[in-house]
Design a protein around this ligand. Structure first.
Ligand SMILES: [Zn+2]
Length: 290
C-alpha cells in the first residue's frame, strides 16, 4: 500500500512560500469529505497542542484546473505500526521518535478526482497569511518588551533569560496564545507558581498602566530601527525545529517558533499593546497591528 509508506511532509511556509506543486502521498475519507497529504506544502497547519497561529486558508488544484477549497489544515501523525491520527486525536507529542508527521489538507467534498501519485497545485490565500504573519511577528516583538518591563519584578535569579538578557516572563508564564488577523491575544498566569519562581505581583494591578506605557514605548523605539526577520531552520520537515530571528535595539534575538512571519520589522506596521488583569492570577495582553 503506497499509503503506508509515505514520508513526513516537507514544508515551505516558514520561508514565505504561498504556492507549491507537489504529488499526493495520502488520501482518505475524513469528516464527510477527505483528507490528503502531499510530499511538500506551503500550508501552515494548526498545531494540535499549542494552536497559537490558525491554519492557512486556500485551495488545491488538480491537473485539469479544478479547484478544491480547503476547509481545514491540520497535523496528521502516523504511529510506528502505521495507524494514522488526525489533529487533536494524535496521542503523542510532536517529534515523538518512530512517528511521522504530515500536513493534512481537509476538503469537504466526497469524490476527489485525484489519487496517490497525482500532481496538484497548493495555493495559500495571500491576504490572510499576510495579516496572520504581521500579528505573529508583532506578538514576538511585544514579548521582549514585556520581559524588559517586568524584569524589575523578579526577586530571585532566573535562569531562563531571553536574547536581550531579561528574565523570560513570556516563556515562563505563557498559558495561551491566540493569533488572529492583525491581532494577537496572550494569556499569562500570575498565581502561586509564578510567585514561587520569584516573580512579584505586589502592586501589579496598580502598575499595569505604567507597564503598558513602558512596553508601548519600547516597542515603538525598537520598531523605528528596521531589521530583517528570518526563520532559522536546519531542515524543512514539518516538526523540525525552527527559530524566529531579528534584531531589536541592536541586539540579535531568537526564539523557537513554528509559525509564519514578515520578512522585515517594517512590514508589521504600527504595534499597539494593551494589558489587563481580569483577576489577580491572570494577565491578558492584546497586541494589535495597523
Ligand atoms: Zn511564534
Amino acid at each position: 500500500m503506497s499509503n503506508m509508506s509515505f514520508r513526513s511532509t516537507k514544508v515551505t511556509f516558514h520561508r514565505g512560500s504561498l504556492r507549491e506543486r507537489s504529488n499526493v502521498t495520502y488520501i482518505e475519507p475524513h469528516d464527510g469529505g477527505f483528507i490528503l497529504a502531499t510530499e511538500s506544502t506551503p500550508f501552515h497547519p494548526r498545531d494540535y497542542r499549542w494552536p497559537d497561529q490558525p491554519e492557512d486558508k486556500g485551495y488545491l488544484e488538480n491537473s485539469l484546473g479544478r479547484r478544491y477549497d480547503l476547509s481545514d489544515v491540520v497535523f496528521m501523525g502516523r504511529s510506528p505500526d502505521g495507524a494514522v491520527y488526525v489533529a487533536e486525536a494524535i496521542p503523542v507529542r510532536k517529534g515523538e521518535p518512530g512517528w511521522h508527521f504530515f500536513v493534512g489538507h481537509v476538503v469537504r467534498e466526497d469524490r476527489p478526482d485525484f489519487e496517490v501519485g497525482d500532481g496538484v497545485i497548493l495555493q495559500v490565500d495571500r491576504s490572510i497569511r499576510w495579516r496572520l504573519s504581521r500579528a505573529h511577528s508583532a506578538a514576538h516583538v511585544m514579548s521582549y518588551a514585556l520581559n524588559e518591563s517586568f524584569s524589575r519584578r523578579w526577586r530571585r535569579e532566573v535562569s531562563t533569560l531571553d536574547g536581550m538578557g531579561n528574565p523570560n516572563f513570556d516563556a515562563i508564564a505563557a498559558e495561551m496564545s491566540s493569533i488572529d488577523l492583525l491581532s494577537c491575544s496572550d494569556r499569562y498566569r500570575l498565581g502561586k507558581t509564578m510567585r514561587k519562581k520569584g516573580f512579584s505581583t505586589d502592586g501589579l494591578s496598580d502598575d499595569i498602566t505604567a507597564h503598558e506605557r513602558e512596553i508601548n514605548a519600547l516597542v515603538g523605539e525598537w520598531m523605528r530601527r528596521d531589521a530583517p526577520v528570518t526563520i532559522r531552520a536546519e531542515e524543512d520537515g514539518l516538526v523540525s525545529e525552527r527559530y524566529w530571528r531579528t534584531t531589536l535595539n541592536g541586539v540579535e534575538v531568537e526564539m523557537p517558533c513554528g509559525g509564519t512571519h514578515v520578512s522585515r520589522l517594517s512590514e508589521i506596521g504600527g504595534i499597539r499593546v494593551g494589558l489587563e488583569m481580569p483577576d489577580d492570577e491572570t494577565l491578558i495582553i492584546t497586541t494589535n497591528v495597523r
